[in-house]
Write a protein that binds this ligand. Sequence first.
Ligand code: MEV
Length: 318
Amino acid sequence: MVKASAPGKLMLFGEHAVIYDKPCIVASVDHRISVSLEKRNDNNIILTAPELSIKNQIISDNLEKSHFKKVSFILAAVNNFFKKCDLKSGLDIKTQSEFSDKIGLGSSSAVIVAAIKGLSELFKIKMNEKEIFDLSYQTVLDVQGLGSGFDVAAAVYGGILLFVTGGKIISPIEITDMPLVVGYTGIKADTPTLVKMIGEKLLKEPDRVNGIFNEIENIVNLAKVEIGNKDWRKVGHLMNLNQDLLRRLGISSKELENLIKAALDSGAYGAKLSGAGGGDCMIALADKENSNNVKRAIEKAGGKIIEAKIPAEGVRSE
Ligand code: MEV
């Protein structure tokens, strides 16, 4: 039996613009998903996923009927790995998750990456990080049809990364700690709908939306330097500027704005939504001494604090 695990992620800067070939900055978080794999003597793929209340379910025959997105991702990861390596085998697969798939921390990408790493160990096929990234990203596109792959990169490489769509650039920003506070709105973001909405806006108002993307690109490039410098005051200011541009794209929400305001009013250097918008999590940057104040203010405004250490280690064998 083999076991591999991969971390979740938070988008720090550059969401949406990254789909259109602009850079973004993504951080891995220390909430992991692990996948255990064992060969079987028959051809069945059997899944146990306690977090989805799935126990010993054959998933190889009924992908179409599956109600669970995560099941489709795991099966697609297995099929893509077998196709690439010209292999076939039955498998017992067990997943274990340290975070809910409802909060936008990237459970789909983490489970795909952990599964592919585990498969490469089980079948003794050497894969480097870029090969794991490419096969995992292909799996995301096969199942979901869209996405820049920033979440897959965080799951594979860990750390904090400057990233451009499809892995054209994956460049680490070398820091070991970032004092981020994470507040969950309680609302699940609908990423595909929001990504399509921005695509339609871009068609209708190309000059305005491209102008916003260019401004986001400038902010990302400045943020890369200031994160490296650990200048949290400047990073916080850049977060506020990025949030303002996301507002102008129309993807913030009342709930996100309430939590962002609470964080800023209680002394955070900066705060913004993280991810597609419309819900999921917001992030705030606050000194260690002030972080409890910021957390309390976010809770008072109706948010749930997700305790998370940033950054985390990328995919690994357990
Ligand atoms: C969603 O978390 C972030 C987006 O930029 C989509 C993506 O990059 O895949 C909106």
